[in-house]
Design a binder for this molecule. Structure first.
Ligand code: PLP
Length: 505
């Protein structure tokens, strides 16, 4: 086995594998094959980085579908050059370039380089985070990062687990809320016995701007979408605490059973933070589980300047963090944290072959005990570890501050310009607005929709859109510290000139 790095620094030697049949398996005989393949893949990435000038090629679905479906999967290619040429044609060339300032649409952050280096290690070594015998250091690296996140939150007896994304973390938060309520109030184990007869009356309160994963998750939990009570929001689209109290009282009057409140720290459409302290006080009054969906707003944990916007988050029973939204991590990387570590007992299941009941888990830990839907689980935590070890929290926090500053400057530009109508300021980096030229009588929703679509298929700019009270608006998600106010001006000019030309046309 060759472990000497210098062997690989020069152009990698020809395949050394004695057994050609096994040359594609990653094992001690195939170091050169592995090195060459990854080197060629990396060249393609560098090519993407240097030569991608706009965020999208503008390719139409039918064209790319044809290209993908015309390939015969049963006829393998000759080598990696052919392979990467094909991957480039059907994928990389048309991939959305999140790293460019002209991409300002959804919650896709640019990624940091230490996390990409970690990905190389994660995929090849391929640890699985379920048990100690599949991931020794990985078990404790994940735990340490959960503890680190807990400390940033202000938790003292917390625990948690890395998940695939915010949707899964929110699912886990609501599952814990549901099962905790059933055990403690009804003496009923949903894990063992399924839903109790009262379950169709369980109610979960979330603002009308909360993420739609809450609806999906209520459905998955057997409560139905009907269990989500949408609480009205204030002028800045944050949950109205008085309205929350009224909504809870109304449900109680109807004989329904309040179980949990979901507060959103950073809404997907406006980037604003629900009043966490007031909501926590109401949750305490009514003895309800408080879950904070901080999938987006968790980035504020990193910022010295803006951390106070999350004050009160430490009062939550559970919290969703998406490192792949706001910590510059590659997809996927998320966590669910609980204030009280013992609540994770609610999701523990044992299997004799993996995590037997009689095992002492203080002696031989098993993260699988805390995971709801993944047994085999990626070692995503290493990306955040490498990021913190090279960059430190402080630098990540500066990136977060830069985005918030850019968003504030953008809001000012939109407010000053009579051709634009801005709906709300943002605590983070999301701005919802529309092109609304002065006296013009036109269907503004159709006009703004047309602007968005035509910019997208030209590929030069990707902006998002959303509906508020039935009207279509454009949406910027500013999540890239590289983006400057000058970049934003260019995008706004493009929107305006496209708007005017659409009106004339
Ligand atoms: C993106 C988002 C989610 C869902 O997270 P995924 O990682 O996409 O599953 C949940 N809540 C909020 C507020 C989000 O912005």
């Amino acid at each position: 086995m060759h472990t000497d790095q210098t062997i690989f620094a020069a152009p990698a030697p020809a395949a050394s594998t004695s057994n050609k049949l096994l040359k594609d398996i990653f094992y001690q005989e195939t170091g050169p094959e592995y090195f060459q393949a990854v080197e060629k893949a990396r060249e393609k990435v560098i090519d993407f980085l240097y030569n991608t000038r706009q965020p999208f090629s503008g390719i139409k679905p039918a064209t790319i579908q044809d290209a993908v479906y015309s390939i015969n999967l049963d006829t393998p290619l000759a080598d990696y050059d052919e392979l990467l040429t094909e991957v480039n044609e059907i994928y990389i060339k048309h991939a959305t370039a999140f790293h460019l300032p002209q991409y300002i649409a959804h919650l896709n952050c640019p990624v940091v380089i230490p996390a990409l280096a970690a990905e190389v290690i994660i995929s090849a070594i391929n640890s699985s985070q379920d048990t100690y015998d599949q991931s020794a250091g990985g078990t404790f690296i994940e735990r340490r990062l959960i503890d680190w996140t807990a400390r940033e939150i202000g938790y003292t007896h917390a625990d948690g687990i890395f998940n695939s994304g915010g949707t899964q973390s929110n699912l886990m938060g609501l599952l814990l809320a549901r099962d905790h309520f059933a055990i403690n109030t009804l003496g009923h184990s949903i894990k063992k016995d399924g839903l109790p007869p009262q379950a169709h009356r369980f109610r979960i309160f979330a603002s009308d701007k909360a993420h739609f994963s809450n609806l999906k998750n209520a459905a998955l939990l057997g409560l139905g979408e009907q269990a989500i009570v949408k609480v009205p929001t204030d002028k800045r689209f944050r949950m109205d605490a008085q309205a929350l109290k009224a909504a809870i009282d109304e449900q109680l009057n109807q004989g329904n059973i309040p179980v949990a409140i979901v507060a959103t720290a950073g809404t997907t459409d406006f980037g604003n933070i629900d009043p966490l302290k007031s909501i926590a006080a109401i949750a305490a009054d009514y003895r309800l589980w408080m879950h904070v969906d901080a999938a987006y707003g968790c980035g504020l944990l990193l910022s010295n300047k803006h951390r106070r916007l999350l004050d009160g988050i430490e009062l939550a029973d559970s919290i969703t963090i998406d490192y792949h939204k706001s910590f510059f991590q590659p997809i996927s990387s998320s966590a669910l944290l609980v204030k009280n570590k013992s609540t994770l007992e609610l999701v523990k299941h044992h299997a004799d072959y993996l995590n037997p009941e009689e095992q002492d888990y203080d002696e031989l830990p098993a993260q699988v005990n805390k995971s709801i839907t993944q047994i085999t689980r990626r070692f995503d935590a290493l990306k955040l570890w490498c990021t913190l070890r090279i960059m430190g929290k402080h630098k990540l926090g500066i990136y977060t501050d830069m985005m918030i500053d850019t968003a504030a400057a953008t809001a000012a530009l939109l407010q000053q310009d009579p051709d634009f109508d801005l709906l709300s300021s943002s605590d983070l980096g999301i701005l919802v607005f529309r092109f609304k030229p002065g006296s013009l009588k036109t269907d503004l929703s159709a006009l703004n929709q047309a602007i968005k679509k035509s910019l997208f298929f030209e590929g030069a700019f990707i902006v998002a859109g959303t509906k508020v009270n039935g009207n279509f608006y454009l949406k910027f998600t500013i999540l890239n510290p590289v983006t400057t106010v000058a970049d934003i001006r260019t995008i706004l000019e493009a929107i305006k000139s496209r708007g005017y030309s659409l009106i004339e046309g």
